[in-house]
Ligand binder design. Structure first.
Ligand code: SAH
Length: 498
Protein backbone atom coordinates (compact mmCIF):
# COMPACT_ATOMS: atom_id res chain seq x y z
CA UNK A 1 0.00 0.00 0.00
CA UNK A 2 1.65 3.19 -1.10
CA UNK A 3 0.77 6.38 0.71
CA UNK A 4 0.16 9.69 -0.94
CA UNK A 5 3.23 11.00 0.87
CA UNK A 6 5.44 8.24 -0.40
CA UNK A 7 4.45 8.87 -3.94
CA UNK A 8 4.92 12.57 -3.50
CA UNK A 9 8.42 12.06 -2.14
CA UNK A 10 9.28 9.90 -5.09
CA UNK A 11 8.08 12.60 -7.45
CA UNK A 12 10.10 15.25 -5.66
CA UNK A 13 13.20 13.20 -6.27
CA UNK A 14 12.38 12.72 -9.91
CA UNK A 15 11.63 16.39 -10.23
CA UNK A 16 14.80 17.43 -8.51
CA UNK A 17 16.81 15.25 -10.82
CA UNK A 18 15.46 16.80 -13.96
CA UNK A 19 15.26 20.34 -12.59
CA UNK A 20 11.73 20.80 -13.80
CA UNK A 21 10.44 24.32 -13.87
CA UNK A 22 7.34 25.55 -12.18
CA UNK A 23 4.07 26.79 -13.29
CA UNK A 24 1.88 29.72 -12.59
CA UNK A 25 -1.76 30.47 -12.61
CA UNK A 26 -4.47 32.81 -11.52
CA UNK A 27 -8.14 32.47 -11.02
CA UNK A 28 -9.11 34.97 -13.67
CA UNK A 29 -11.54 34.59 -16.45
CA UNK A 30 -10.07 35.01 -19.88
CA UNK A 31 -12.33 36.74 -22.30
CA UNK A 32 -12.18 36.28 -26.01
CA UNK A 33 -9.01 37.53 -27.58
CA UNK A 34 -10.72 38.37 -30.83
CA UNK A 35 -10.30 42.02 -31.56
CA UNK A 36 -6.86 42.10 -29.97
CA UNK A 37 -3.74 41.89 -32.00
CA UNK A 38 -0.11 41.60 -31.17
CA UNK A 39 2.94 41.88 -33.29
CA UNK A 40 5.18 38.88 -32.95
CA UNK A 41 7.57 39.24 -30.12
CA UNK A 42 5.39 41.82 -28.44
CA UNK A 43 3.10 40.49 -25.84
CA UNK A 44 -0.47 41.15 -26.86
CA UNK A 45 -1.55 41.38 -23.30
CA UNK A 46 -4.20 43.86 -22.23
CA UNK A 47 -5.02 43.82 -18.57
CA UNK A 48 -8.39 45.22 -17.78
CA UNK A 49 -8.61 47.43 -14.71
CA UNK A 50 -8.72 45.52 -11.46
CA UNK A 51 -11.34 46.91 -9.18
CA UNK A 52 -10.29 47.98 -5.68
CA UNK A 53 -12.79 45.51 -4.32
CA UNK A 54 -10.79 42.63 -5.76
CA UNK A 55 -7.71 43.55 -3.78
CA UNK A 56 -7.32 41.54 -0.62
CA UNK A 57 -8.28 38.07 0.34
CA UNK A 58 -11.65 39.04 1.76
CA UNK A 59 -12.93 39.45 -1.74
CA UNK A 60 -13.87 36.66 -4.11
CA UNK A 61 -11.25 35.87 -6.72
CA UNK A 62 -11.40 38.54 -9.41
CA UNK A 63 -13.18 37.73 -12.62
CA UNK A 64 -13.01 39.12 -16.11
CA UNK A 65 -9.87 40.98 -15.34
CA UNK A 66 -7.54 39.79 -18.03
CA UNK A 67 -7.38 39.34 -21.75
CA UNK A 68 -4.65 37.26 -23.29
CA UNK A 69 -3.69 37.07 -26.92
CA UNK A 70 -2.40 33.56 -27.58
CA UNK A 71 0.32 34.79 -29.91
CA UNK A 72 2.10 36.30 -26.93
CA UNK A 73 2.05 33.09 -24.92
CA UNK A 74 5.22 31.14 -24.34
CA UNK A 75 5.44 27.40 -24.40
CA UNK A 76 6.87 26.00 -21.23
CA UNK A 77 8.69 23.03 -22.73
CA UNK A 78 9.26 21.11 -19.51
CA UNK A 79 5.58 21.23 -18.71
CA UNK A 80 4.02 21.42 -22.13
CA UNK A 81 2.31 18.13 -21.65
CA UNK A 82 2.94 14.75 -20.20
CA UNK A 83 4.89 11.86 -21.59
CA UNK A 84 2.12 11.09 -24.06
CA UNK A 85 -1.19 12.47 -25.22
CA UNK A 86 -3.51 13.38 -22.36
CA UNK A 87 -6.25 10.89 -21.75
CA UNK A 88 -9.41 12.20 -23.42
CA UNK A 89 -11.47 12.06 -20.24
CA UNK A 90 -14.89 13.76 -20.08
CA UNK A 91 -13.12 16.40 -17.98
CA UNK A 92 -10.46 16.92 -20.69
CA UNK A 93 -13.23 17.48 -23.23
CA UNK A 94 -14.94 19.92 -20.90
CA UNK A 95 -11.71 21.84 -20.31
CA UNK A 96 -10.94 22.11 -24.01
CA UNK A 97 -14.45 23.40 -24.66
CA UNK A 98 -14.05 25.91 -21.83
CA UNK A 99 -10.72 27.17 -23.16
CA UNK A 100 -12.10 27.49 -26.70
CA UNK A 101 -15.21 29.25 -25.45
CA UNK A 102 -13.10 31.71 -23.51
CA UNK A 103 -10.85 32.26 -26.50
CA UNK A 104 -7.77 31.81 -24.34
CA UNK A 105 -6.08 29.67 -21.74
CA UNK A 106 -7.34 29.18 -18.21
CA UNK A 107 -5.28 29.56 -15.07
CA UNK A 108 -3.85 26.61 -13.17
CA UNK A 109 -6.17 27.56 -10.30
CA UNK A 110 -9.20 27.28 -12.56
CA UNK A 111 -7.84 24.02 -13.96
CA UNK A 112 -7.39 22.60 -10.46
CA UNK A 113 -10.82 23.70 -9.30
CA UNK A 114 -12.56 22.20 -12.33
CA UNK A 115 -10.59 18.98 -12.16
CA UNK A 116 -11.21 18.38 -8.46
CA UNK A 117 -14.64 19.78 -7.74
CA UNK A 118 -16.61 20.25 -10.96
CA UNK A 119 -20.06 18.88 -10.02
CA UNK A 120 -20.28 16.52 -13.01
CA UNK A 121 -16.83 15.11 -13.51
CA UNK A 122 -14.63 16.42 -10.66
CA UNK A 123 -12.19 13.94 -9.13
CA UNK A 124 -13.73 14.07 -5.66
CA UNK A 125 -17.35 14.36 -6.68
CA UNK A 126 -18.60 10.95 -7.67
CA UNK A 127 -16.55 8.22 -5.99
CA UNK A 128 -14.43 7.04 -3.09
CA UNK A 129 -10.87 8.02 -3.95
CA UNK A 130 -9.22 6.80 -0.73
CA UNK A 131 -7.60 3.57 0.41
CA UNK A 132 -5.87 0.66 -1.29
CA UNK A 133 -8.47 0.46 -4.03
CA UNK A 134 -8.64 4.22 -4.45
CA UNK A 135 -5.97 6.68 -5.46
CA UNK A 136 -4.20 7.53 -2.20
CA UNK A 137 -4.10 6.85 1.53
CA UNK A 138 -4.14 9.46 4.32
CA UNK A 139 -3.20 9.36 8.03
CA UNK A 140 -6.69 8.67 9.43
CA UNK A 141 -6.84 5.54 7.23
CA UNK A 142 -3.37 4.47 8.31
CA UNK A 143 -4.21 4.31 12.01
CA UNK A 144 -7.15 4.96 14.34
CA UNK A 145 -4.60 6.66 16.63
CA UNK A 146 -4.52 9.71 14.37
CA UNK A 147 -8.18 10.64 14.91
CA UNK A 148 -7.91 9.68 18.59
CA UNK A 149 -4.99 12.07 19.12
CA UNK A 150 -6.91 14.86 17.39
CA UNK A 151 -9.72 14.03 19.85
CA UNK A 152 -7.31 14.44 22.78
CA UNK A 153 -6.15 17.78 21.37
CA UNK A 154 -9.77 18.94 20.96
CA UNK A 155 -10.66 17.95 24.51
CA UNK A 156 -7.63 19.79 25.92
CA UNK A 157 -8.61 22.88 23.92
CA UNK A 158 -12.16 22.60 25.26
CA UNK A 159 -10.71 22.77 28.80
CA UNK A 160 -8.74 25.88 27.83
CA UNK A 161 -11.95 27.33 26.39
CA UNK A 162 -13.54 27.08 29.87
CA UNK A 163 -15.58 23.91 29.13
CA UNK A 164 -18.47 25.55 27.22
CA UNK A 165 -21.77 23.64 27.24
CA UNK A 166 -22.21 23.73 23.46
CA UNK A 167 -19.43 23.44 20.87
CA UNK A 168 -19.52 23.27 17.09
CA UNK A 169 -16.86 20.87 15.88
CA UNK A 170 -16.25 21.54 12.21
CA UNK A 171 -14.21 19.37 9.88
CA UNK A 172 -13.16 20.80 6.52
CA UNK A 173 -12.88 18.14 3.81
CA UNK A 174 -13.56 15.01 5.92
CA UNK A 175 -12.86 12.46 3.12
CA UNK A 176 -14.35 9.19 4.31
CA UNK A 177 -15.14 10.60 7.76
CA UNK A 178 -12.61 8.30 9.43
CA UNK A 179 -10.89 11.01 11.49
CA UNK A 180 -14.19 12.30 12.91
CA UNK A 181 -15.42 8.76 13.65
CA UNK A 182 -12.22 7.96 15.57
CA UNK A 183 -12.42 11.29 17.39
CA UNK A 184 -16.05 10.69 18.45
CA UNK A 185 -15.37 7.07 19.43
CA UNK A 186 -12.22 8.01 21.37
CA UNK A 187 -13.88 10.82 23.32
CA UNK A 188 -17.35 9.21 23.77
CA UNK A 189 -16.75 8.14 27.35
CA UNK A 190 -15.76 11.67 28.40
CA UNK A 191 -19.40 12.70 28.41
CA UNK A 192 -18.81 16.22 29.78
CA UNK A 193 -16.97 16.93 26.55
CA UNK A 194 -18.55 14.61 24.02
CA UNK A 195 -22.14 15.63 24.74
CA UNK A 196 -21.39 19.31 24.09
CA UNK A 197 -20.53 18.62 20.44
CA UNK A 198 -22.46 19.36 17.27
CA UNK A 199 -20.59 18.02 14.26
CA UNK A 200 -20.48 20.14 11.08
CA UNK A 201 -18.86 18.61 8.01
CA UNK A 202 -17.83 20.92 5.17
CA UNK A 203 -17.83 18.68 2.12
CA UNK A 204 -18.52 19.43 -1.53
CA UNK A 205 -18.70 15.84 -2.79
CA UNK A 206 -22.09 14.07 -2.74
CA UNK A 207 -20.37 10.67 -2.99
CA UNK A 208 -18.12 11.37 0.00
CA UNK A 209 -21.02 12.82 2.01
CA UNK A 210 -22.76 9.45 1.67
CA UNK A 211 -19.67 7.59 2.85
CA UNK A 212 -19.26 10.03 5.78
CA UNK A 213 -22.90 9.38 6.75
CA UNK A 214 -22.12 5.65 6.88
CA UNK A 215 -18.76 5.97 8.65
CA UNK A 216 -20.33 8.12 11.37
CA UNK A 217 -23.21 5.62 11.66
CA UNK A 218 -25.74 8.38 11.13
CA UNK A 219 -29.47 7.98 11.46
CA UNK A 220 -32.19 10.54 11.08
CA UNK A 221 -33.71 11.76 14.31
CA UNK A 222 -36.30 9.24 15.44
CA UNK A 223 -34.04 6.40 14.28
CA UNK A 224 -34.90 6.33 10.55
CA UNK A 225 -32.02 5.21 8.36
CA UNK A 226 -33.55 6.71 5.22
CA UNK A 227 -34.18 10.38 4.75
CA UNK A 228 -37.76 11.09 5.96
CA UNK A 229 -39.90 13.92 4.59
CA UNK A 230 -41.45 16.52 6.86
CA UNK A 231 -44.95 15.20 6.25
CA UNK A 232 -46.85 13.24 3.62
CA UNK A 233 -47.81 16.25 1.51
CA UNK A 234 -44.78 18.38 1.96
CA UNK A 235 -41.68 17.45 -0.01
CA UNK A 236 -39.45 19.44 2.33
CA UNK A 237 -36.79 17.14 3.67
CA UNK A 238 -35.92 16.89 7.32
CA UNK A 239 -32.15 16.67 7.51
CA UNK A 240 -31.68 16.16 11.21
CA UNK A 241 -29.10 13.48 11.66
CA UNK A 242 -27.29 12.07 14.66
CA UNK A 243 -24.18 9.91 14.85
CA UNK A 244 -24.81 6.68 16.72
CA UNK A 245 -21.14 6.63 17.72
CA UNK A 246 -21.72 9.18 20.47
CA UNK A 247 -25.28 10.41 19.90
CA UNK A 248 -24.34 13.90 18.67
CA UNK A 249 -25.98 15.84 15.82
CA UNK A 250 -24.25 15.89 12.42
CA UNK A 251 -24.86 18.40 9.61
CA UNK A 252 -23.29 18.93 6.19
CA UNK A 253 -22.34 22.21 4.48
CA UNK A 254 -20.76 23.26 1.23
CA UNK A 255 -18.49 25.84 2.79
CA UNK A 256 -17.44 27.26 6.13
CA UNK A 257 -19.64 30.35 5.76
CA UNK A 258 -22.73 28.11 5.93
CA UNK A 259 -21.88 26.78 9.40
CA UNK A 260 -23.88 28.72 12.02
CA UNK A 261 -21.92 31.31 14.01
CA UNK A 262 -22.23 32.35 17.63
CA UNK A 263 -21.14 29.07 19.25
CA UNK A 264 -17.59 28.27 20.46
CA UNK A 265 -15.94 26.28 17.71
CA UNK A 266 -13.24 23.67 17.16
CA UNK A 267 -12.16 23.36 13.52
CA UNK A 268 -10.12 20.54 12.01
CA UNK A 269 -8.62 20.56 8.52
CA UNK A 270 -6.56 17.50 7.63
CA UNK A 271 -5.27 17.33 4.05
CA UNK A 272 -7.92 19.86 3.04
CA UNK A 273 -5.68 22.80 2.21
CA UNK A 274 -3.53 20.86 -0.25
CA UNK A 275 -6.62 20.38 -2.46
CA UNK A 276 -7.36 24.11 -2.73
CA UNK A 277 -6.57 25.70 -6.10
CA UNK A 278 -3.20 27.39 -6.43
CA UNK A 279 -1.87 30.02 -8.79
CA UNK A 280 1.57 29.49 -10.23
CA UNK A 281 4.00 32.21 -11.25
CA UNK A 282 7.33 31.96 -12.99
CA UNK A 283 10.20 34.42 -13.37
CA UNK A 284 11.11 34.98 -17.01
CA UNK A 285 13.16 37.50 -19.01
CA UNK A 286 9.90 39.47 -19.26
CA UNK A 287 9.46 39.55 -15.51
CA UNK A 288 7.04 37.48 -13.49
CA UNK A 289 4.59 35.62 -15.72
CA UNK A 290 1.75 33.31 -14.98
CA UNK A 291 1.47 29.68 -15.95
CA UNK A 292 -1.73 28.88 -17.85
CA UNK A 293 -3.43 25.82 -19.32
CA UNK A 294 -4.19 25.84 -23.02
CA UNK A 295 -5.28 23.39 -25.72
CA UNK A 296 -2.24 21.83 -27.37
CA UNK A 297 -1.51 22.99 -30.92
CA UNK A 298 -2.01 19.44 -32.07
CA UNK A 299 -5.44 18.77 -30.64
CA UNK A 300 -4.84 15.07 -30.12
CA UNK A 301 -2.05 15.99 -27.71
CA UNK A 302 -4.66 17.29 -25.31
CA UNK A 303 -3.68 20.13 -23.00
CA UNK A 304 -0.43 22.04 -22.53
CA UNK A 305 1.05 24.63 -20.22
CA UNK A 306 1.87 28.09 -21.54
CA UNK A 307 3.28 31.19 -19.91
CA UNK A 308 1.46 34.50 -19.98
CA UNK A 309 3.29 37.15 -22.00
CA UNK A 310 3.77 39.37 -18.96
CA UNK A 311 2.29 40.15 -15.60
CA UNK A 312 -1.34 39.24 -15.07
CA UNK A 313 -3.92 40.60 -12.70
CA UNK A 314 -3.26 37.55 -10.50
CA UNK A 315 0.45 38.17 -10.38
CA UNK A 316 -0.17 41.81 -9.53
CA UNK A 317 -2.56 40.89 -6.75
CA UNK A 318 -1.49 37.63 -5.21
CA UNK A 319 2.17 37.39 -6.11
CA UNK A 320 2.85 40.96 -5.05
CA UNK A 321 1.16 40.31 -1.75
CA UNK A 322 3.04 37.06 -1.15
CA UNK A 323 6.40 38.57 -2.07
CA UNK A 324 5.93 41.30 0.57
CA UNK A 325 6.27 38.55 3.18
CA UNK A 326 9.28 36.90 1.53
CA UNK A 327 12.76 37.06 3.04
CA UNK A 328 15.51 38.85 1.12
CA UNK A 329 17.05 35.49 0.31
CA UNK A 330 13.78 34.11 -1.00
CA UNK A 331 13.32 37.20 -3.15
CA UNK A 332 16.78 36.82 -4.61
CA UNK A 333 16.63 33.09 -5.27
CA UNK A 334 13.07 32.20 -6.04
CA UNK A 335 12.14 31.52 -9.67
CA UNK A 336 8.76 29.86 -9.21
CA UNK A 337 6.04 30.72 -6.75
CA UNK A 338 2.74 29.12 -5.87
CA UNK A 339 0.04 31.16 -4.16
CA UNK A 340 -3.25 29.82 -2.82
CA UNK A 341 -5.69 32.70 -2.22
CA UNK A 342 -8.45 30.35 -1.11
CA UNK A 343 -6.22 28.94 1.63
CA UNK A 344 -5.54 32.46 2.85
CA UNK A 345 -9.22 33.34 2.76
CA UNK A 346 -10.28 30.22 4.67
CA UNK A 347 -7.59 30.87 7.29
CA UNK A 348 -8.62 34.51 7.71
CA UNK A 349 -12.26 33.36 8.09
CA UNK A 350 -11.25 30.73 10.64
CA UNK A 351 -9.34 33.37 12.65
CA UNK A 352 -12.36 35.68 12.61
CA UNK A 353 -14.65 32.88 13.73
CA UNK A 354 -12.53 31.57 16.61
CA UNK A 355 -11.51 35.12 17.54
CA UNK A 356 -15.19 36.15 17.80
CA UNK A 357 -17.00 33.00 18.96
CA UNK A 358 -14.16 31.38 20.92
CA UNK A 359 -12.37 28.15 20.08
CA UNK A 360 -9.51 27.14 17.84
CA UNK A 361 -8.52 25.40 14.63
CA UNK A 362 -6.03 22.66 13.85
CA UNK A 363 -4.59 22.54 10.33
CA UNK A 364 -2.51 19.46 9.44
CA UNK A 365 -1.05 19.08 5.99
CA UNK A 366 2.17 18.63 4.12
CA UNK A 367 3.97 21.83 3.37
CA UNK A 368 6.60 24.35 4.36
CA UNK A 369 7.07 27.50 6.39
CA UNK A 370 8.33 29.39 3.38
CA UNK A 371 7.34 30.25 -0.17
CA UNK A 372 6.24 27.14 -2.04
CA UNK A 373 7.93 26.85 -5.37
CA UNK A 374 6.82 24.05 -7.68
CA UNK A 375 4.84 21.42 -5.85
CA UNK A 376 1.66 20.75 -7.81
CA UNK A 377 1.34 17.05 -8.52
CA UNK A 378 -1.13 14.45 -9.74
CA UNK A 379 -1.68 10.94 -8.38
CA UNK A 380 -3.82 8.25 -9.94
CA UNK A 381 -4.17 4.77 -8.47
CA UNK A 382 -1.11 5.26 -6.25
CA UNK A 383 1.10 6.35 -9.15
CA UNK A 384 2.29 9.78 -10.19
CA UNK A 385 0.96 11.01 -13.49
CA UNK A 386 1.57 14.28 -15.29
CA UNK A 387 -0.58 17.13 -13.96
CA UNK A 388 -2.35 17.53 -17.32
CA UNK A 389 -2.89 13.83 -17.99
CA UNK A 390 -6.12 12.13 -17.02
CA UNK A 391 -7.86 15.27 -15.71
CA UNK A 392 -10.74 14.32 -13.43
CA UNK A 393 -9.32 10.83 -12.85
CA UNK A 394 -6.24 11.87 -10.86
CA UNK A 395 -5.86 13.71 -7.57
CA UNK A 396 -4.20 17.11 -7.74
CA UNK A 397 -2.55 18.61 -4.69
CA UNK A 398 0.06 21.19 -3.74
CA UNK A 399 2.23 21.96 -0.72
CA UNK A 400 0.72 24.27 1.87
CA UNK A 401 2.45 27.62 2.39
CA UNK A 402 2.17 27.80 6.20
CA UNK A 403 4.10 31.08 6.32
CA UNK A 404 1.43 32.79 4.20
CA UNK A 405 -1.34 31.34 6.38
CA UNK A 406 0.27 32.83 9.48
CA UNK A 407 0.39 36.27 7.86
CA UNK A 408 -3.36 36.45 7.30
CA UNK A 409 -4.39 35.65 10.88
CA UNK A 410 -5.87 38.70 12.61
CA UNK A 411 -7.73 38.94 15.92
CA UNK A 412 -6.58 35.46 16.98
CA UNK A 413 -3.31 33.80 17.94
CA UNK A 414 -1.40 31.44 15.67
CA UNK A 415 1.13 28.79 16.79
CA UNK A 416 3.34 26.47 14.78
CA UNK A 417 3.81 24.90 12.42
CA UNK A 418 5.34 22.00 14.28
CA UNK A 419 5.97 18.60 12.75
CA UNK A 420 3.31 15.90 12.89
CA UNK A 421 5.74 13.83 14.92
CA UNK A 422 6.10 16.59 17.57
CA UNK A 423 2.35 17.12 17.59
CA UNK A 424 1.38 13.47 18.04
CA UNK A 425 4.25 12.92 20.48
CA UNK A 426 3.08 15.78 22.72
CA UNK A 427 -0.40 14.28 22.79
CA UNK A 428 0.93 10.93 24.01
CA UNK A 429 0.58 8.72 20.94
CA UNK A 430 3.26 6.36 22.28
CA UNK A 431 1.18 5.69 25.44
CA UNK A 432 -1.86 5.05 23.29
CA UNK A 433 0.13 2.62 21.17
CA UNK A 434 1.31 0.76 24.28
CA UNK A 435 -2.20 0.41 25.62
CA UNK A 436 -3.62 -0.78 22.29
CA UNK A 437 -0.83 -3.31 21.80
CA UNK A 438 -1.47 -4.85 25.22
CA UNK A 439 -4.87 -6.10 24.09
CA UNK A 440 -3.96 -6.95 20.51
CA UNK A 441 -3.12 -10.19 18.70
CA UNK A 442 0.40 -10.43 17.27
CA UNK A 443 -0.87 -9.50 13.86
CA UNK A 444 -2.82 -6.51 15.17
CA UNK A 445 0.16 -5.38 17.24
CA UNK A 446 2.37 -5.44 14.17
CA UNK A 447 -0.17 -3.40 12.21
CA UNK A 448 -0.46 -0.90 15.06
CA UNK A 449 3.30 -0.50 15.31
CA UNK A 450 3.62 -0.04 11.57
CA UNK A 451 0.84 2.56 11.58
CA UNK A 452 2.52 4.37 14.47
CA UNK A 453 5.80 4.47 12.60
CA UNK A 454 4.13 5.74 9.42
CA UNK A 455 2.57 8.61 11.36
CA UNK A 456 5.58 9.74 13.38
CA UNK A 457 8.60 8.24 11.58
CA UNK A 458 10.82 10.09 9.21
CA UNK A 459 12.33 8.89 5.94
CA UNK A 460 12.60 5.26 4.87
CA UNK A 461 11.71 2.56 7.38
CA UNK A 462 14.93 1.81 9.32
CA UNK A 463 14.31 -1.94 9.46
CA UNK A 464 14.25 -2.35 5.68
CA UNK A 465 17.52 -3.47 4.18
CA UNK A 466 18.75 -2.62 0.72
CA UNK A 467 17.21 -5.76 -0.86
CA UNK A 468 13.74 -4.99 0.45
CA UNK A 469 11.10 -3.50 -1.74
CA UNK A 470 10.86 0.09 -0.46
CA UNK A 471 7.28 0.27 -1.74
CA UNK A 472 6.35 -2.26 0.94
CA UNK A 473 6.72 0.33 3.70
CA UNK A 474 6.40 3.91 2.49
CA UNK A 475 8.51 6.54 4.30
CA UNK A 476 7.33 8.05 7.58
CA UNK A 477 5.16 11.16 7.51
CA UNK A 478 6.41 12.56 10.81
CA UNK A 479 8.38 15.53 9.56
CA UNK A 480 6.90 16.23 6.14
CA UNK A 481 3.46 16.82 7.61
CA UNK A 482 3.06 19.88 9.83
CA UNK A 483 0.47 21.15 12.31
CA UNK A 484 -0.57 24.78 12.66
CA UNK A 485 -3.14 26.10 15.13
CA UNK A 486 -5.21 29.27 15.18
CA UNK A 487 -6.87 29.92 18.54
CA UNK A 488 -8.73 32.63 20.36
CA UNK A 489 -6.00 34.78 21.92
CA UNK A 490 -7.43 34.52 25.46
CA UNK A 491 -6.26 30.94 25.98
CA UNK A 492 -2.52 30.87 25.45
CA UNK A 493 -0.82 28.11 23.49
CA UNK A 494 -2.74 24.83 23.08
CA UNK A 495 -1.24 21.48 24.02
CA UNK A 496 1.69 20.57 21.81
CA UNK A 497 2.44 24.21 20.95
CA UNK A 498 3.66 25.56 24.31
N1 SAH B 1 -9.44 14.86 5.49
C1 SAH B 1 -9.54 13.64 4.73
C2 SAH B 1 -9.67 13.84 3.21
C3 SAH B 1 -8.66 14.70 2.52
S1 SAH B 1 -8.95 14.82 0.77
C4 SAH B 1 -8.38 12.73 5.06
O1 SAH B 1 -7.40 13.20 5.58
O2 SAH B 1 -8.47 11.54 4.76
C5 SAH B 1 -9.77 16.37 0.60
C6 SAH B 1 -11.21 16.42 1.08
O3 SAH B 1 -11.66 17.77 0.91
C7 SAH B 1 -12.21 15.57 0.33
O4 SAH B 1 -13.20 15.16 1.24
C8 SAH B 1 -12.79 16.53 -0.70
O5 SAH B 1 -14.01 16.13 -1.23
C9 SAH B 1 -12.86 17.79 0.13
N2 SAH B 1 -12.81 19.04 -0.64
C10 SAH B 1 -11.89 19.41 -1.55
N3 SAH B 1 -12.13 20.65 -1.99
C11 SAH B 1 -13.21 21.09 -1.33
C12 SAH B 1 -13.95 22.31 -1.33
N4 SAH B 1 -13.60 23.32 -2.11
N5 SAH B 1 -15.00 22.44 -0.51
C13 SAH B 1 -15.37 21.42 0.32
N6 SAH B 1 -14.71 20.23 0.36
C14 SAH B 1 -13.65 20.07 -0.44
Amino acid sequence: MASRLFLRSALSLRRASRCASSSSSSSFRFVSSSGFCSSSGTPGFHPLPVSDAAVGIEQPAPESSLVVDRSGLFNTPEHSHGPGPSEETPMAKHLKALIRFRGGPITVAEYMEEVLTNPNAGFYMNRDVFGTHGDFVTSPDISQMFGEMVGVWSMCLWHQMGQPEAVNIIELGPGRGTLMADLLRGTAKFKDFSQTLSVHLVECSPALRKIQHETLKCVYKGGAEEKPTADGQNSEVVDDRISQISGVPVAWHFDLDQVPRGVPTIIIAHEFYDALPIHQFQKSPRGWCEKLVDVAEDDCQGLRFVLSPGPTAASKLFLTRRMKWASLQEKAEIEHVEVCPQAMKVTADIAKRVGGDGGGALIVDYGDSKIVSDSLQAIKKHEFVHVLDSPGNADLSAYVDFAALKHVVEDAAVYGPITQSQFLGALGINFRLESLVQNATDEQAEALQLGYWRLVGDGPAPWLDSDDDVNRVPPGMGSRYKALVVVNDKYGAPVGFQ
